[in-house]
Design a binder for this molecule. Structure first.
Ligand SMILES: [Zn+2]
Length: 166
């Protein structure tokens, strides 16, 4: 996936480039190639980027620790400011409050838009916070040996436990 030279976009019809892709993304562990479409519009002082991308990843269930395959599908869109002065790698000053501008992505207008890196970030953001193999995952199957009542005096209590709503 090639980086896109930003000035070249101004020459494109309607200053728009639409790309389809189906390839693996460096650093992203997926079972299938990342497949989708991206549209980049040069809007003068910013790029408007919108994409659809999907792939299959292997996740570990947070409840039962089993691995499972998950269809990761994202539809990100973002405005990326074209700002000469604002070097993206510049460190933010600590002695003043941050403005929204500080938090926006920006690129030099004569630079490159790294599509692969952007897609990588969007897919990472799309990975669910709570990874469950299924909604009804019961969790780790712990064999509770203590449930076998040793002391007969607890037997009635144990029977009662089974009747209580959980
Ligand atoms: Zn599970």
């Amino acid at each position: 996936m090639k980086a896109i030279h930003i000035p070249r976009l101004t020459q494109a019809p309607e200053r728009t480039e639409t790309l389809e892709f189906k390839e693996s993304i460096q650093g992203l562990d997926t079972l299938t190639p990342v497949q989708g479409k991206v549209r980049i519009i040069h809007q003068g002082n910013y790029l408007e980027v919108a994409a659809h991308a999907e792939t299959i990843v292997t996740l570990s269930c947070h409840r039962c620790l089993q691995q499972f395959n998950y269809r990761l599908s994202v539809d990100p869109s973002e405005m990326i400011w074209l700002n000469e002065a604002d070097d993206a790698t510049e460190e933010l000053p600590l002695d003043r409050d941050l403005t929204m501008d500080d938090l926006m992505e920006s690129l030099p207008p004569d630079g490159y838009f790294d599509l692969q890196k952007w897609l990588y970030e969007q897919l990472c953001l799309g990975v669910p916070q709570h990874q469950l193999c299924s909604k009804s995952c019961a969790g780790i199957d712990v064999e509770d040996k203590n449930a076998q009542v040793v002391d007969r005096r607890w037997a009635s209590l144990n029977a009662l436990k089974g009747q209580l709503p959980s």
